[in-house]
Design a binder for this molecule. Structure first.
Ligand SMILES: Nc1ncnc2c1ncn2[C@@H]1O[C@H](COP(=O)(O)OP(=O)(O)OP(=O)(O)O)[C@@H](O)[C@H]1O
Ligand SMILES: [Mg+2]
Length: 541
């Protein structure tokens, strides 16, 4: 889901000279393939989809219908329908209802003489239909929707058209796996829930988050995303961007620029954000624009805002208030029209009280504050849905064929505390997919019960000279089920190994905490109560 992929697909579509029908068919399949490889946003693709399908098939119009898993209604998802935003058809009605029920490919020369034709659907849009080709969209053996192409411009739909439409429908079926147009797998159809590609979770806690995001996205308001590490702040920041409907959706088309405040060296933050003029300092031999300027027209995502050094907070405040800035070494005052989304897992209010974060900046940033719940508060269904999503994703990436979670794995996933949230779940499933033999992922493959023990093993070598040493327990950050305390030696005494220097003990402990945080250095540094730089020093062998 990279911005570049999306942009490339669009640019290709725009820049191309008039293409033959054959080329159009090829491009369409290639774009769907890229979408499946995760480089293109389905919604971006779908926005131009109906037109492109119609053109590639030499027809006048095309519509993609999806079955709403909640109501079984068939809803037009994208269509060349300037007259109506959406059509809803009850199950079984019309040709579309017939295809959705039977899964047949239906190629009709003249719909008026076909008994399945429902004139009232056409009447709703006041469009005269003659020929029609309808193919089912099938995903994992279930009918999820119908692709319908209307009015062949010359002649009638041929068997080659049937074949191409079938291929398209098959790709769409696969592409649907990558979106949250997903329903419960036990249900027929898909639950339509707007533009939240790749964001999984139907719990009330997440529904409230989506609601806030959609509302905030309609305005240019600054949004502060607050949540524990790995809860999806980065993903949701992007969701705000792609859902931005302000200025007719132009913001969503403009760049999304990510600034990670933890990785910026103090001395360079200002120039990174605002750019610098030639000669601003030694080595600055050309003018460089900053992230703020690069984001003009789009979204500036200030990630880990709690880590921004205090002196820079003042400079950022001015920009947040006025959207004005100067490049380092420059005199000209420039303006950038950006929406700001900031994210943090720190308690900014407490930091403001303690004088570690400017309270005026804090208030400016939290115009809309969205609290993202930790995974353990979203309920078991979200955990299992996310796990299933990651199983599919990694099974494809590692070419493992169709994989499923063992029934016993689900309660184990639900019972675990997930201190590292969705990222930890994602990593757990990735490892399990790699390790599992055969088509089923067992509880053992998940390795949840070993987690704390593995940490201790990393700290205390299994060397016999250490028997009796009190193992160092790594705190189980906020987890209710993970075991944090280590067993004490019988007499409570600590037996120290001869050869373990403090420096090395610290290093092993830091490595263990880092593993516990699924490799997230910021989270590990926070858990240890040290800076990221200090952590980096500790980790050096
Ligand atoms: N609801 C979700 N559906 C699907 N994938 C998700 C969801 N939430 C998070 N992820 C995935 O989990 C991983 C962690 O998410 P992300 O990086 O957005 O979290 P974060 O809150 O920014 O974490 P940190 O505070 O550590 O930066 C990413 O790979 C992301 O794609
Ligand atoms: Mg993040």
């Amino acid at each position: 889901m990279t911005l570049d992929g999306t942009t490339c697909a669009r640019n290709r579509a725009m820049l191309a000279a008039p293409m033959s029908e054959h080329e159009q068919r090829f491009e369409l399949l290639a774009d769907l393939g890229a979408m499946i490889a995760g480089e293109v946003e389905l919604d971006d693709l779908l926005a131009t989809f109906a037109d492109r399908v119609a053109r590639a098939l030499g027809a006048d119009r095309a519509t993609l219908w999806l079955i709403d898993g909640a109501t079984n209604e068939i809803r037009s998802r994208v269509a060349t329908l300037p007259e109506l935003a959406e059509l809803r058809v009850p199950p079984g009605t019309g040709v579309v209802g017939h295809v959705a029920r039977t899964g047949e490919v239906v190629n009709i020369r003249d719909v008026q003489s076909d008994p399945r034709w429902a004139e009232k659907i056409a009447q709703k849009i006041g469009y005269h239909v003659t020929s029609m080709l309808s193919v089912p969209v099938v995903r994992r053996g279930q009918i999820r929707g119908v692709l319908q192409i209307l009015n062949k411009l010359e002649g009638v739909f041929t068997p080659r058209d049937d074949e191409f439409a079938r291929m398209l429908a098959e790709q769409i079926g696969r592409a649907l796996d990558y979106t949250t147009l997903r329903g419960d797998d036990t249900q027929r159809g898909l639950t339509l829930r707007g533009r939240f590609n790749h964001v999984i979770g139907m719990s009330p806690a997440m529904a409230a988050v989506y609601e806030m995001i959609v509302r905030a996205a309609q305005t240019d308001a600054t949004v502060l995303l607050h949540g524990e590490t790995g809860t999806g702040k980065g993903l949701l920041a992007r969701a705000i961007h792609v859902n931005s409907s302000h200025r007719g959706g132009a913001r969503a088309e403009a760049p999304f620029v990510h600034v990670d405040c933890t990785t910026l060296p103090d001395a360079l933050v200002e120039s990174e954000l605002f750019g610098h003029e030639r000669g601003a300092y030694t080595g600055a031999d050309s003018r460089v624009i900053g992230k703020v300027e690069a984001a003009d027209g789009g979204t500036l995502f200030l990630d880990e805002i709690g880590e921004l050094p205090l002196p820079l907070q003042g400079k950022l405040l001015r920009f947040v208030q006025e959207r004005k800035f100067e490049r380092v070494g420059g005199r000209e005052t420039l303006a950038a029209d950006v929406r700001i989304v900031a994210a943090t897992n720190r308690d900014l209010a407490a930091m403001a009280n303690a004088g570690q974060f400017r309270s005026d900046l804090y208030f400016r940033l939290r115009v809309v504050e969205i609290v993202i719940p930790p995974l353990r508060e979203r309920g078991g269904e979200d955990i299992v849905d996310l796990a299933a999503h990651f199983v599919d994703q990694f099974a494809r990436r590692y070419r493992k064929g169709t994989l499923r979670l063992a029934d016993a794995a689900k309660p184990a996933l639900m019972a675990y505390g997930w201190p590292g949230n969705v990222r930890e779940l994602e990593n757990t499933i990735e490892r399990a997919v790699v390790l599992c033999e055969g088509p089923t992922i067992s509880v053992r493959d998940l390795g949840l019960e070993r987690r704390t023990t593995a940490v201790m093993a990393a700290v205390v070598p299994s060397d016999s000279s250490l028997i009796g040493m009190q193992a160092i327990g790594v705190p189980a950050f906020g987890s209710t089920t993970a075991v944090g305390a280590a067993p004490a030696a019988p007499d409570g005494a600590i037996t120290l190994p001869d050869d373990l220097r403090l420096e090395e003990a610290e290093r092993r402990y830091a490595v263990a905490v880092l593993e516990r945080c699924d490799g997230n250095q910021s989270a590990a540094a926070r858990a240890l109560g040290i800076s990221r730089n200090k952590l980096a020093r500790l980790l050096r062998p």
